[in-house]
Design a protein around this ligand. Structure first.
Ligand code: GBH
Length: 512
């Protein structure tokens, strides 16, 4: 197997890179990659989402999802691209399974396309046997290669019919009933072989990016006929109750026999105060984390109401949990055995002086990429918002652990390299920037475990392969495998071998 030595200080290279652009702000030196140890039980893998890789939007009876609709709007809101072919994973599943096996992954996190299994989505709608068969083939192929399937029930692709009929998440009672029914179909069909379930991927993004800014499907916002001051909070409420319904169902009817676990994946940046000497900015950073993460984390993992800062600011626009729902959340909170954490980067939080506008969703906080002194948290990746900040990651691991006391699984982490989308495959495959990012973020996990006492159990890199990056189309490349979107040829990047080797070695570390 090919190995790549990145056990060098890449910082100089990164600095040179960022200084090639005159507008790039300075940042404090990053630590060198030490390749610190991880527990022998630590599990690693790759992650994907159905719409981003599968293609075949109508094959074998699949129904349309809101992403099929959204990616075909005119004018385009997805860079004139769509997921009709994507990585053609639907037809290349065997090749992709072999690829993962060659990387030596322990797990594979993928999502089920709801509209493949129930084309119209609803609780009285027919089940599509061919859709079930596809995921059976995938799951059996993983197990045959000794790879554990980790299944996300919902990664942003609600059946279009449910959105057309009742607005999907906007109708809490209807959506909860349909989601619970869909979850049952999945537990019945796959639960004999799947031990780790995730209900929703990133409820914050579904609520805010889908119903506040409208950048992602279904693209709602005040300017487009929605209500950014109200709808995101309704959507968040629905997601919490739909999650609870699925967890309740699983613990009642399936956990005893199938012996699996179920949780949710929350994403969020870490926030540093813009002016660390200003108490208002320090509070703003905390408040921003609560509006991002504790919005879902407190009700789900603590069985509590929304964070007090949210109640104070949002008043009646933040829905109430009924007595019965509170009791349900309290009962289910301790059933969660892990916290799924998607994390990419760190930002600065600056307190805004006046009272927030009605459609504020941040906690009255301005988010910045530089602090008061004009410094960035780290070098910029291929995405302007994504800077290399392993210390922020370590702090967020500690924040989540302190608040929820649950073992953390990092269910997504990764980045596109600067300029990577313009590179020929040979150059893109030598992805030193990504290896440096991954190496530093894995060191942060090691430090969080050994020095801060945080329990971290696994790491799933985003992503197995370059794919359809939602509104950005095929521009940003997050894969550890290069995909040529004309020929669909897959080419492993060096980071794939780096992860393979580094997990082998780190898990043999001396601490354990
Ligand atoms: C994840 O979302 C998704 O689960 C995955 O499907 C996706 O491909 C992957 O990340 C890479 O994007 O408001 O300027 O800070 C991450 C969602 C997208 C949230 C970018 C924060 C930053 C824009 N993130 N977003 S900004």
């Amino acid at each position: 197997m090919e190995t790549t030595n990145v056990n060098v200080n890449m910082f100089e290279a990164l600095k040179a890179d960022s200084h090639s652009s005159p507008e790039e702000p300075p940042y404090d030196p990053l630590p060198p990659i030490e390749e610190l140890p991880l527990p022998p039980t630590f599990r690693w893998g790759t992650a994907t989402a159905a719409y981003q890789i599968e293609g075949s939007p109508v094959a074998d009876g699949k129904g349309a999802s809101i992403w099929d609709t959204f990616s075909h709007l005119s004018p385009s809101r997805t860079n004139n691209e769509n997921g009709d072919v994507a990585c053609d994973h639907y037809n290349r599943v065997d090749e992709d399974l072999d690829l993962m096996a060659s990387y030596g992954v322990d797990i594979y996190r993928f999502s089920i396309a709801w509209a493949r299994t129930i084309p119209l989505g609803g609780r009285n709608d027919p089940i599509n046997a061919a859709g079930i068969a596809f995921y059976n083939k995938l799951i059996d192929g993983l197990l045959a290669r000794d790879i554990e399937p980790v299944v996300t029930l919902y990664h942003w692709d609600v059946p279009a019919a449910l959105y057309e009929q009742y607005g999907a998440f906007l109708n809490t009672a209807e959506f909860v009933a349909d989601f619970e029914s869909y979850a049952r179909v999945c537990f019945e069909a796959f639960g004999d072989r799947v031990q780790k379930w995730i209900t929703f991927n990133e409820p914050y993004i579904i609520a805010i990016f889908g119903h506040h800014s409208g950048v992602l499907a279904p693209g709602r916002c005040t300017e487009a006929g929605g209500d950014s001051s109200r709808e995101p909070w309704v959507v968040g409420h629905t997601l919490i109750l739909a999650h609870a319904a699925a967890v309740g169902l699983y613990t009642r009817d399936y956990a005893g026999i199938q012996k699996g676990e179920i949780s949710i994946v929350l994403n969020g940046h870490w926030y540093e105060p813009w002016d660390a000497s200003d108490p208002a900015d320090r509070e703003a950073a905390q408040r921003r984390l609560e509006f991002y993460i504790a919005w879902f984390g407190d009700p789900i993992f603590l069985g509590r109401d929304y964070p007090p800062a949210m109640r104070t600011q949002l008043g009646k626009r933040l829905p109430q949990f009924t007595e019965g729902e509170r009791a349900q959340l309290m009962e289910l909170a301790p059933r969660h055995t892990f916290y799924g954490m998607n994390h990419y980067s760190t930002k600065f939080a600056k307190a805004l002086p006046s009272s927030p506008p009605l459609d504020d969703c941040t906690g009255n906080v301005e988010e910045l990429s530089t602090d008061k002194a004009g410094k960035a948290v780290g070098p910029v990746s291929g995405m302007p918002w994504l800077r290399v900040a392993p210390l922020g990651f370590r702090k967020l691991l500690g924040w989540i652990w302190a608040r929820y006391k649950l073992p953390i699984i990092v269910t997504e982490n990764g980045c596109p390299g600067p300029g990577e989308s313009q590179m020929p495959v040979e150059e893109a495959a030598e992805d030193k920037f990504r290896m440096t990012y991954l190496g530093l973020y894995l060191d942060a996990i090691s430090r969080a475990i050994t020095e801060d006492g945080v329990q971290v159990e696994g790491y799933y890199v985003w992503s197995l392969m370059d794919n359809f990056e939602w509104s950005a189309g095929y521009g940003p490349r997050y894969g550890i495998t290069h995909v040529n979107f004309q020929t669909l040829v897959r080419t492993p990047k060096h980071s794939a071998w780096y992860l393979n080797r580094t997990f082998e070695e780190r898990r043999r570390g001396s601490q354990w």
